[in-house]
Design a protein around this ligand. Sequence first.
Ligand code: BEZ
Ligand code: MG
Length: 353
Amino acid sequence: MVLWGTDNMKTEGTPLAIALALLGAAPRFDGVGRLVGARLVPLAQLGRPRIDVVLTLSGIFRDLLPLQTSLLAEAALLAAQADEPVERNFVRKHALETMRETGCDLETAALRVFSNADGAYGSNVNLLIDSGRWNSEEELAEQFLRRKSFAYGPKGPPRAEAELFQRALGTATVSFQNLDSVELGTTDIDQYVESLGGMNRLIQKARGQQPLALIGDHTGLESKVRSLEEQVALETRTRLLNPKWFEAQLAHGYEGVRNLSGHVTTTLGWSATGSSVPQWVYTEVTETFVLDAAMRERLAALNPTAAAGMAQRLLEANDRGYWRPDPATLDALRQASAELDDRLEGVVAGAPA
Ligand code: BEZ
Ligand code: MG
């Protein structure tokens, strides 16, 4: 699970509570009601096995919620220490395996809370994708691993534990993050790619397979769980390809076009981190914003850099194998992209050299 600071604060700790519930743990309070740690819910009361949960905290969560950070770490440690059958306690099962295979102690094998090094924020996988300067998807996984593999235990300073982090993610079959705002979805800002996308990429490296990626949508009156693929498709239909939405963006001129182009980069980010973005997403974005001559002209007049960037990004989606347009579409996109580049560079056809 990915935990952010803001969405935990806005939802009074919903994602944190989900993590504790999966572990079969609860907060522990002292005699005057102060939060002092975690306690286990007995298996008999839980009525199901304890689920192993590996947590990737944003730097903001770590900074804002230090008590909750150690609460989660303690919950994982208590679960690993519990004298319970391993088929009813997957935290213990995996921790014992890690001890056997690496020779580490139980405290180390039970580390489940990971974030950046002290004072650092983000995986920067989004920045790498934005730059376009990466060769293999493995690099994205390694970038995430380098930045987010600092283990936060129940006590003491964070520890650099890259191998352990990768090993723990190697057992992850499902990945999960919450959404709490209708304005900031998985395609609106690139930090979901930076966190959930980066984690999915590392899970793929560690386990040889993508996890089932789920989004908990808490933006409405009723919470809903969707697959990440469904969420990206839903946002694309209702935002990027919705004339009401993109016209409102275009009313903001330069910044609106930059934002539309940013959505395309974030979409490529989902492909790059291993989600199956449907082909129609790239095709319809190309048709709507690049191949439609009047729309292309509007975008280029408002923000020539972002207009050219969007066309280049769509070509990049093709180059990297995330999108296989028909040859006519690809030709038309190449030509439009060249025109947008010329315009940006001030090249005028037929002008003296
Ligand atoms: C956070 O609140 O943890 C967060 C907010 C925006 C981007 C990334 C993390
Ligand atoms: Mg940004």
